[in-house]
Design a protein around this ligand. Structure first.
Ligand code: ZN
Length: 92
């Protein structure tokens, strides 16, 4: 039970950083410690590695279609739903 909660919190922690990690945003860089923690979590967590894969897909869609501001809306909704679910689980 404790380990389940810890995993959930780590997932929530990771979900908030995956985008920054993939964007490599110079305005909000992750520390080397955060990067290594995130990478090791992605290596062991199927849910979060799925989220990272979705982000990469969105990135590719955005860079491939510069004329379209929005990527596949279904993918965005799935991703948003996943993050909302993580937040809801943590607050329960
Ligand atoms: Zn996770």
């Amino acid at each position: 039970m404790i380990s389940t909660m810890r995993t959930m919190i780590t997932c929530h922690w990771s979900a908030r950083r995956i985008q920054r990690y993939l964007d490599a945003d110079p305005a909000a860089p992750l520390t080397p410690g955060e990067v290594s923690r995130l990478e090791s979590h992605l290596a062991t967590c199927e849910k979060c590695s799925q989220v990272a894969a979705e982000h990469r897909t969105l990135h590719r869609a955005l860079s491939a279609l510069p004329g379209r501001p929005m990527p596949d809306p279904a993918a965005v909704l799935r991703l948003r739903g996943f993050v909302d679910q993580l937040v809801a689980e943590e607050q329960r």
